[in-house]
Design a protein around this ligand. Structure first.
Ligand code: G3P
Ligand code: MG
Length: 249
């Protein structure tokens, strides 16, 4: 499937330097600040609601540490996903996947949806439900890239669709990474920049587009771009000092 080019600076969880991560406010803030592509995390609650959250618990919200697998949509709707960030965002609701997709369509922003498999729930079921939600957005598939650290989740997604764009995520890139991306017919490889050497970056980026997380400083950005990395997930993707480095390359 054709994939529209991703920019060198991808908003990590939206624009979390200005708004609480993975919320509508974070998406809107990214769009308002000219960010063309964002990465967001989706996971599943106990009643199979798909919700935009990084972790399958409520630690981020300074609430009692309740597992997401124990919660349903009504309980999730009561969570304040903004107050932990600042008073300005108090009352910001948790964002559900269906509302996120509608907002992405409305704003036209490119989406890297990272599937965070909830380990307390069935992997294939989570992928099935995400895939079902995406069915109303097929016309946007050139601006949607689905990634995950879970190879079983990505394998299942590929079994459901030949056309969806897949990005394979690794913390530390294994020696058989390119075999994995080839088997999955992946469009891109994503990894933690802190484990990446120049030699490995050059090899990987010659084979396919390589994106690294999380990069917020000019020195690391410059280094990675000179190693052939196509882009980075960034908490302040609107920042002028980072944009200046991108312009140099
Ligand atoms: O998708 C890139 C990056 O978001 C992966 O790490 O923990 O920030 O979701 P994490
Ligand atoms: Mg992520």
């Amino acid at each position: 499937m054709n994939l529209a080019p991703l920019p060198a600076l991808i908003g990590h969880r939206g624009l979390p330097s200005l708004a609480p991560e993975n919320t509508a406010a974070s998406i809107q803030s990214a769009v308002d600040n000219g960010i063309e592509w964002i990465e967001l995390d989706v996971t599943m609650a106990g009643d199979e609601s798909l919700v935009m959250m990084h972790d399958p618990d409520c630690r981020l919200f300074k609430q009692p540490d309740i597992k997401l697998a124990k919660l349903n949509k009504d309980a999730l709707k009561k969570i304040d996903a903004g107050r932990w960030f600042s008073d300005e965002f108090a009352g910001e609701p948790l964002l559900f996947c269906e509302d996120m997709l509608a907002l992405v369509r409305k704003t036209g922003v490119g989406l890297n949806l990272e599937i965070k498999i909830n380990p307390d729930l069935d992997t294939q079921r989570q992928v099935d439900l995400i895939w079902a939600e995406l069915q109303s957005y097929t016309e946007m598939f050139d601006r949607i890239l689905i990634s995950s650290f879970s190879i079983p989740a990505l394998s299942h997604l590929r079994s459901l669709s030949d056309v969806i764009n897949i990005g394979v995520l690794f913390e530390k890139v294994p020696s058989n990474a390119l075999e994995i991306t080839s088997t999955l017919k992946a469009a891109s490889l994503h990894c933690d920049q802190s484990h990446l050497s120049q030699e490995l970056a050059l090899t990987l980026s010659e084979a396919m587009p390589l994106y690294c997380y999380t990069v917020n400083d000019t020195v690391t950005l410059h280094k990675l771009l000179s190693w052939g990395v196509s882009g980075v997930f960034c908490d302040r993707a609107n920042a002028d000092d980072l944009k200046a480095i991108v312009k140099e390359h």
